[in-house]
Design a protein around this ligand. Structure first.
Ligand code: C2E
Ligand code: MG
Ligand code: MG
Length: 284
């Protein structure tokens, strides 16, 4: 990780860009991991054709005793720089598999949960083996898991990425491109990779209401994705108008504050139970 990236993250956070603070954060992160103070929360993904929650994204949450919630982007960058990223990733994967089993036992057995993979993990040889091992140990079907990668991390070394992703996909694990549109790649560049989902970045969703051009861009990304047999998720949908436009443009799923903010698992369970209750009421 480049030091300018860390500097940028500090500048954009409420923390001061002082190295003292960086070191303290690093120390605190070690401690938080030891004390199991880092949690995995979930944010629903809503299918626009089925009108129901079909999946979730797992997101790290660290509620620091004096700093409050530390932005995941910030502590993930720290963890990438100091080697703690493996521990963080193991934590998310474990918590996600555990939650898949809990939801499965309640009859919610068709959810697909995604986890974010940092570029460093994709480069590491162990990603495929660790993931498949963990799935096997937990007795979870690969089809219930998805990984989210950024454009740049797959295009760093496309051939290596292609091989790793193909192995995961052979076990049913879904592959998703996160924050699409923020890098400088086109979908056609990604066409050779074994992918299932494209997540259109929040920045574009934000603009679809006010800008015809943005709507056209999003519409053509969706058409191209569909031509490549990829599903499309719109990220960061906050208003009904945005949801309506995304639906008209043929987007498959939306994720955003309008449906739900990321929440601890038990709160999401309540959401799922509610959904089931109203579906049963409608069916009877
Ligand atoms: P991401 O993977 O693109 O995750 C989506 C982010 O958008 C989340 O931010 C989520 O809370 C936020 N979001 C969702 N809907 C809305 C909305 O309607 N409005 C707005 N304003 N924001 C919305 P979060 O949780 O702060 O995570 C930020 C980033 O940190 C993630 O972006 C991801 O890159 C990274 N991250 C989080 N958890 C992990 C993890 O377990 N591993 C790795 N490697 N990175 C992670
Ligand atoms: Mg993501
Ligand atoms: Mg994203």
């Amino acid at each position: 990780l480049k030091s300018d990236k860390i500097a940028h993250l500090f500048a954009s956070s409420r923390l001061h860009a002082a190295s003292d603070d960086y070191i303290r954060l690093e120390t605190d992160l070690h401690e938080a991991l030891e004390k199991n103070a880092i949690e995995t929360w979930f944010q629903p993904k809503f299918d626009l054709a089925q009108h129901r929650i079909v999946g979730m994204e797992a997101l790290l949450r660290w509620n620091h005793e004096s700093r409050g919630f530390v932005p995941p982007q910030l502590f993930v960058a720290v963890a990438e720089a100091n080697g703690l990223i493996d521990k963080l990733s193991q934590l998310v994967l474990k918590a996600t598999l555990k939650q898949i089993i809990v939801w499965r036992s309640m009859g919610f057995d068709d959810l697909r949960i995604s986890i974010n993979i940092s570029p460093m993990q994709l480069r590491a040889e162990s990603l495929v083996e660790d993931t498949l091992c963990a799935l096997k140990e937990a007795g979870v079907d690969g089809r219930q898991l998805e990984i989210e990668l950024t454009e740049t991390s797959v295009l760093d070394n496309p051939e290596q990425a292609r091989q790793a992703l193909a192995k995961l996909r052979a076990s049913g694990v879904g592959i998703s491109i996160d924050d699409f549109g923020t890098g400088y790649t086109s979908l056609s560049l990604l066409a050779d990779l074994p992918l299932d989902v494209v997540k259109i970045d929040r920045m574009f969703i934000n603009a679809v209401e006010s800008s015809d051009r943005s709507r056209a861009v999003v519409g053509s990304v969706i058409s191209m994705a569909h031509a490549l047999n990829l599903r499309v998720v719109g990220e960061g949908v906050e208003t009904n108008a945005q949801l309506e436009i995304m639906s008209q443009l043929g987007c498959d799923e939306v994720q955003g504050y309008l449906i739900s903010r990321p929440l601890p698992a038990d709160k999401i369970t309540a959401f799922l139970v509610n959904q089931r209750t109203s579906e049963q009421a409608r069916a009877s």
